[in-house]
Design a protein around this ligand. Structure first.
Ligand SMILES: [Fe+2]
Ligand SMILES: [Fe+2]
Length: 147
C-alpha cells in the first residue's frame, strides 16, 4: 500500500515517485526554472540509488557529489542575481542555502559512516526542502525576475 500525503501543491506518495515540476514552481526566469528542473532530476537519481544502495556506495557518492555540485552552482547563480537586483533578503536567503547544504552533508556523512536509519530521512529532507524552498523562498524574488 502506498502512503500519500499532501505537501503544499504536491501530492507526495512514498515509494518510487519522481519529483514533479509544475508551472506553480516557476520563479519567472527560465534559467532558474531549468536549474530547479535539473535538481529535481538529480534528487530523483540520488533517491533511487539511495534506496537500492546496499552494495553501491561508490555510485551513491558520485550521485551525491553531482547533486551537491549542481546545488552549489545554482545557489551561487541565485545569489549573484539577488545581488545584481538589490534583493533585500539576500542574507537571510543565503543562510537558508547554507543551512540546507550543511544538513544534507551531515545526514550523508552519518549514512556513509554506517547508520542506515538515516537513509529515508535524508531522501525525504532533500525532496521536501526543494519543494518548500522554491514555493516559499525563491518565489519571493519572482517579482524581480519577471520582465
Ligand atoms: Fe532555487
Ligand atoms: Fe534559493
Amino acid at each position: 500500500m502506498q502512503m500519500c500525503w499532501n505537501f503544499n501543491v504536491i501530492n507526495r506518495c512514498q515509494g518510487n515517485v519522481l519529483m514533479e515540476w509544475r508551472t506553480e514552481f516557476s520563479v519567472g526566469d527560465d534559467k532558474f526554472d531549468n536549474d530547479h528542473k535539473i535538481i529535481f532530476g538529480l534528487v530523483d537519481e540520488f533517491k533511487r540509488i539511495l534506496s537500492e544502495s546496499e552494495n553501491a556506495h561508490e555510485m551513491l557518492e558520485d550521485s551525491f557529489d553531482k547533486l551537491i555540485d549542481y546545488i552549489d552552482e545554482h545557489f551561487a547563480r541565485e545569489e549573484v542575481f539577488m545581488k545584481k537586483i538589490g534583493y533585500p533578503n539576500i542574507v537571510e536567503h543565503h543562510g537558508k542555502h547554507a543551512e540546507m547544504e550543511d544538513k544534507m552533508r551531515a545526514l550523508f556523512t552519518r549514512y556513509s559512516e554506517g547508520d542506515p536509519t538515516v537513509s529515508e530521512a535524508l531522501g525525504n529532507f532533500v525532496e521536501d526542502w526543494w519543494y518548500s524552498h522554491i514555493l516559499k523562498e525563491d518565489m519571493k524574488y519572482r517579482e524581480f525576475a519577471e520582465g
